[in-house]
Design a protein around this ligand. Structure first.
Ligand SMILES: Cc1ncc(COP(=O)(O)O)c(C=O)c1O
Length: 390
């Protein structure tokens, strides 16, 4: 038999998706993979039914159905404070996952360097490998997960082609401050570097923090590829709708990559999702309030159990410190916790470049009942760990 490509030996399967399988095997409450267990907005479900009956059911325009792009351009122009042209500055993809891969393949040649902050969403390392790029990891230092300007400057001095910016950040829940973004912008300008953003949590930012779109900073639109999706904003992670927004010269290239990767995002789902893209500002305010309530409830529960964690400023993840439990590593801990306590989390080490094994990531995008059930189970954690229950 011929051998498989070298490429696939360079990364492992997704730890996040693996933890979902472990959760299912042990009937654990799954707080590992970040998706809601509540329904999307009812209007969206009605629109989906209508699209199922009336179509379209064949390929949409490869870079996105015209009505979807027009609605998206209106919505993003409003939130980003830019005037986005639906014809030339948008490419619709299968989720932000494909958008990020497309962005990397559009700007990087094999061997090009890409700055990635660590901890990072696990896809970025695989994206770099698949596009032939070499990551330069720059640490985000806890507890604020801020970067050291000198360390970042040194990374820029290595002449990278692009920087990946996940804001708000998964897994840390960090929301980059305006000053931090301005510093990145100054560096990107000085060293002539693209910035590829992943902003899937753009509407889940807890006051007083606020989301600043990198592309909206003075002079930055020209070098920014803004990737995002409808997955988290409308609780439709399974619909696989995402997009890139960038200047026409970049989108022209991205359209070609996207066309040969997937041809296009699902046509009936684009049709239905136009309803969501036309929601008023009230929808986004309610979404943020809903997640603020979930965050506050969940963190209060963790406080009552006596766990130490990092405080999320955005997104819906919390990193819990497991040092006190004396496990050899976070993966062993997560497998034990899913089996014995009945709650699944993601080992923090899967997000870090550095050797960090004392954190696990839980998410709280769940119904009240599910969160109560998870906290109930987690309340047995300390006792079970102390007694060495296996
Ligand atoms: C930072 C980040 N980017 C991208 C994704 C995947 O997004 P999509 O469903 O749009 O592919 C996730 C999902 O958890 C995420 O946390």
């Amino acid at each position: 038999m011929p051998s498989l490509s070298h490429r696939i030996g360079l990364f492992t399967e997704s730890v996040i998706r693996k933890m979902t399988r472990i959760a299912n095997a042990h009937d654990a409450i799954n707080l590992s993979q970040g998706f809601p267990d509540f329904d999307p907005p009812a209007e969206l479900l009605h629109a989906l039914k209508k699209a199922a009956l009336n179509g379209p059911h064949q390929y949409a325009i490869t870079w996105g159905a015209a009505n979807f792009r027009e609605a998206l351009a209106r919505k993003q122009s409003r939130f980003m404070g830019l005037s986005i042209d639906p014809e030339t500055q948008i490419c619709v993809t299968c989720g932000s996952t494909e958008a990020m891969m497309t962005a990397m393949m559009t700007v990087c040649n094999p061997g090009d360097k890409v700055i990635i902050f660590s901890p990072f969403y696990e896809n970025y390392a695989a994206d770099a490998i698949l596009s032939g790029a070499q990551p330069i990891f720059v640490p985000l230092h806890p507890p604020e997960f801020s970067f050291d300007e000198e360390e970042l400057k040194k990374a820029f001095e290595q002449k990278p082609k692009a920087l990946i910016l996940c804001n708000p950040s998964n897994p840390t829940g960090k929301v980059f401050s305006l000053d931090e973004l301005k510093f990145i912008a100054e560096m990107a300008d000085q060293y002539d570097v693209f910035v590829i953003t992943d902003e899937v949590y753009e509407h889940i930012v807890y006051p007083p923090h606020r989301h600043v779109y990198f592309a909206s900073l003075p002079g930055m639109f020209e070098r920014t590829i803004s990737c995002s999706s409808l997955s988290k904003t409308y609780s439709i992670t399974g619909w696989r709708l995402g997009y890139l927004i960038a200047p026409a010269s970049i989108i022209d290239g991205a359209k070609k990559v996207h066309d040969f990767l997937t041809v296009g995002a699902p046509a009936p789902l684009q049709e239905a999702a136009v309803t969501a893209l036309n929601f008023s500002d009230e929808y986004y305010a309610n979404l943020c309030q809903q997640y603020t309530d979930k965050r506050d409830f969940f963190l209060k529960g963790l406080d009552a159990i006596g766990l130490t964690y990092t405080y999320p400023q955005g997104a819906y993840y919390v990193m819990v410190d497991i040092s006190e439990f004396g496990f050899p590593d976070d993966t062993a801990f997560c497998e034990w916790m899913a089996r014995v306590v009945g709650v699944a989390a993601v080992p923090g080490s899967s997000f870090f470049r550095e050797d960090v094994r004392h954190l696990i990531r839980l998410h709280f995008a769940k119904k009240q009942d599910t969160l109560e059930g998870a906290l109930q189970r987690l309340s047995t954690l300390k006792e079970k760990a102390k007694k060495g229950v296996h």
